[in-house]
Design a binder for this molecule. Structure first.
Ligand code: AMP
Length: 444
C-alpha cells in the first residue's frame, strides 16, 4: 500500500480552515511531497501548502461536487460539523474514499446523550449521568449528585455546552440557561447532569478502521484563557505532546506503548468500537478520547469524532518524520483494514501556544494586521483565525495562530514556543506562557 501511494502522485481534498487543518496539510505534504492538495476553504497558512477553494465546511453538496469535479483520491475531513451533516455518507455513496465517520457514527460526539448511553451499555468507565428535558428533573438530579456537579448540553454547542458547577446555584443557572432560555437552541434541549470527576485529563487520538485501533501519542490541552488554568473556558489556549498527566504508566519509554495507554485501548476504545459495530454504525476515522485519570482509573470525559484543536498541532509535529500517519489514514478512508502496528511513538517534545485576539473568548476583535517573524528550525506558525486583506495578513477570529515548537525537553519546547509567539505582532494579541505547566511543575 505504501509503495502504491508513493508511486503515484495523489490528489486529496482536505476539508476545513483552522489550525488543525493547517497542521494536517503540513503533515500530508511532509509525508507525500508530490501530493496535489486541495483545501476547502483553507486559510492563508494552508494556502502555502495547498490550493484553497472557497467552499464552506457547511456546504456538503458543494464539497461533494468539488471532490467529484477534481476526481480526488480521498477526502480528509477536519471539523465535526460537515461530518454531522453527512459529508462522509455522501462520499461513501459515490464511492469516494473519505477519512471521517458517517453522521450516525459521528453521534458519539454530536449527542452526549447517545455517547453516554453507549458507554453505559458497553461498560466503559465514565462519569455517572442522567438525561433531562425538564428543569425540575434536572435540578433534582443535580441535588442527588451534590456540588460540584457538571451540566452539559447534549448537542453540539461549539465547545461551550459544558458547565462545571461548583455550587448548586451555579448548576441551577446553567440548567435554566439551557432548558428555559435555550441559549444553545436544540443542542441544549436535552441536558446531562453528570457526576464531577477529579484528576488530570489527557487527549488521546486513535486511528481506527472500525475494529482495529492505533493510538497516537497523548497530548494535554489548556482550556482556560488564563495562566495557571484560570478564567473562562476557551476552544483551547495551547497543548503539549507527549503528555502523561503525571502518571508514569502513561509515560513513553524507548518507543514502547505505555501500559496505561494499552489499558485505555482495552477498557475504553475496544468496547466502544465494538458497541458502535453492534449498532451498525462502525466508527471509521479518528476517535478522540478525552480521558480523566481519576483515583479509580481512566474514565471518559468525552469523545470527539475528529482530530482535536489545538492538540493536533502538537501531536502531528511530535511524530517521527517517517511515521506513516497519512498511509494509515488513507487505508481507513478506502475502507481497508489497518494493522495494529506501527506504534506511533513521540519523537520529540512539542508545545503549541495559541495566540488569541483581544476579547477572546467572549468578543474577539478582528481586522488587525499581523506581522510574523522568521521561523527557526523546528517551529511552525499554524494559522487559525487569519485572512488576507488587501495583501496583508489580518486577524479574523478568536484563536489567530498556533505558535508550535519542538524541544529536547518540554521546558525547551515551551520556551521556544513562547518566544515564537512573542515575535508575532498584532494589536491586542495575547497568549499563555505556561503551556505544559503541570508537567513542568512535576519536573518533567
Ligand atoms: P467536554 O466538552 O465534555 O470535554 O467538557 C469540557 C471540560 O469540562 C472538560 O475538558 C473537563 O475539564 C470538564 N469536565 C467535563 N465533564 C466533567 C466531569 N464529569 N467532571 C469533571 N470535569 C468535567
Amino acid at each position: 500500500m505504501a509503495g502504491d501511494d508513493k508511486l503515484r502522485a495523489m490528489k486529496l481534498l482536505l476539508v476545513g480552515g483552522g489550525g488543525r487543518e493547517h497542521a494536517l496539510a503540513w503533515r500530508i505534504r511532509h509525508e507525500m511531497p508530490e501530493v496535489t492538495l486541495i483545501a476547502a476553504p483553507g486559510n492563508p497558512g494552508i494556502a502555502t501548502l495547498a490550493i484553497c477553494v472557497a467552499t464552506a465546511v457547511s456546504d456538503v453538496a458543494g464539497l461533494v461536487r468539488l471532490a467529484q469535479d477534481e476526481q480526488v483520491d480521498a477526502v480528509i475531513v477536519g471539523p465535526e460539523a460537515p461530518l454531522a451533516a453527512g459529508l462522509a455518507d455522501a462520499c461513501i455513496a459515490l464511492g469516494i474514499p473519505v477519512f471521517g465517520p458517517t453522521a450516525a457514527a459521528a453521534r458519539i460526539e454530536t449527542s452526549k446523550a447517545f455517547a453516554k448511553a453507549l458507554m453505559h451499555d458497553a461498560g466503559v468507565p465514565t462519569a455517572r449521568a442522567s438525561m433531562h428535558t425538564t428543569v425540575a428533573s434536572a435540578k433534582a438530579a443535580a441535588r442527588q449528585f451534590g456540588a460540584p456537579v457538571v451540566v452539559k448540553a447534549s448537542g453540539l454547542a461549539a465547545g461551550k455546552g459544558v458547565v462545571v458547577a461548583m455550587t448548586l446555584d451555579e448548576a441551577d443557572a446553567a440548567i435554566a440557561s439551557m432548558l428555559e432560555e435555550n441559549i444553545f437552541g436544540d443542542a441544549g434541549a436535552e441536558v446531562l447532569i453528570e457526576e464531577f470527576m477529579t484528576g488530570e485529563e489527557l487527549s488521546l487520538f486513535v486511528l481506527t478502521d472500525g475494529e482495529t485501533a492505533v493510538p497516537l501519542p497523548a497530548a494535554q490541552d489548556h482550556k482556560r484563557v488564563g495562566e495557571g488554568d484560570t478564567g473562562p473556558n476557551t476552544g483551547g489556549m495551547g497543548a503539549y505532546c507527549p503528555a502523561d498527566a503525571g502518571d508514569p504508566s502513561f509515560t513513553w519509554r524507548d518507543g514502547h506503548l505505555p501500559h496505561g495507554v494499552a489499558l485505555v485501548m482495552d477498557t475504553i476504545i475496544a468496547p466502544t468500537l465494538r458497541a458502535m459495530r453492534e449498532r451498525d454504525m462502525p466508527f471509521r476515522g479518528l476517535l478522540y478520547c478525552g480521558v480523566m485519570l481519576t483515583p479509580t482509573g481512566p474514565r471518559v470525559v468525552e469523545f470527539n469524532c475528529r482530530f482535536g484543536d489545538p492538540e493536533t498541532q502538537a501531536v502531528l509535529t511530535a511524530l517521527s518524520d517517517d511515521a506513516p500517519l497519512l498511509r494509515v489514514m488513507l487505508q481507513i478512508a478506502r475502507g481497508e483494514r489497518i494493522e495494529p502496528v506501527p506504534v506511533f511513538a513521540p519523537a520529540r517534545a512539542v508545545v503549541t501556544t495559541v495566540l488569541a485576539a483581544q476579547g477572546y473568548p467572549a468578543t474577539p476583535r478582528s481586522g488587525d494586521t499581523i506581522t510574523v517573524p522568521d521561523l527557526p528550525e523546528g517551529t511552525w506558525l499554524f494559522h487559525a483565525g487569519t485572512v488576507m486583506r488587501d495583501g496583508a495578513l489580518s486577524t479574523s477570529g478568536g484563536r489567530v495562530l498556533a505558535a508550535t515548537a519542538t524541544g529536547g525537553t518540554l521546558a525547551e519546547a515551551q520556551q521556544r514556543s513562547s518566544a515564537l509567539a512573542a515575535g508575532v505582532q498584532f494589536t491586542g494579541a495575547f497568549f499563555r506562557r505556561d503551556i505544559g505547566w503541570r508537567a513542568l511543575a512535576r519536573g518533567a
